[in-house]
Design a protein around this ligand. Sequence first.
Ligand SMILES: [Zn+2]
Ligand SMILES: [Zn+2]
Length: 174
Amino acid sequence: MKCINCKDVQLVFKSYKGITVRQCPKCESMWLTKKEFREFKDKTDEFLCWLDVELWKKNELHKIVKTDNSCPDCSALMYNVEYHDSHISLPVCFACQGVWLDKTNQEKLFDYLEQLITAETVKGFVSEIGHDMKKGAETIKEEMRDLKTILVLIEYRIFSRFPTLEKIVSGLPK
Ligand SMILES: [Zn+2]
Ligand SMILES: [Zn+2]
């Protein structure tokens, strides 16, 4: 499987927190599939309560646009899934159910989450977790920079919603 940015660079398997993802050794883009994420989600359910954020939450705010990029796995054309005014646009293959996560989008997602973690919101997050009231804002910020957090967000909001997103895609002009 080749990187869609670097063209001739082969993706390599990489183990990340218990799941295997494919990653481009050159640009660090990742190819994430539903199959791998099902397993990942089972291990991180506790973590999901953190992610009650707006991003990709409301079905009616999804914008889906066909791209010129072919899926690195099955060659079907990919669609950009964008949310409202987030300016984060993720290429998705609905044929084999995979998501392309490049470095720019990883950074955008980290920035997005970081913006949410202000002094006021941190209290709410901490009380939502309940069992760890001592966790300070700094620790929470650190955890938000963890790649796992954005992977959970993608699993939760994109992979879990494929049927809904597919319905939107099927309504697009061919
Ligand atoms: Zn690459
Ligand atoms: Zn595909």
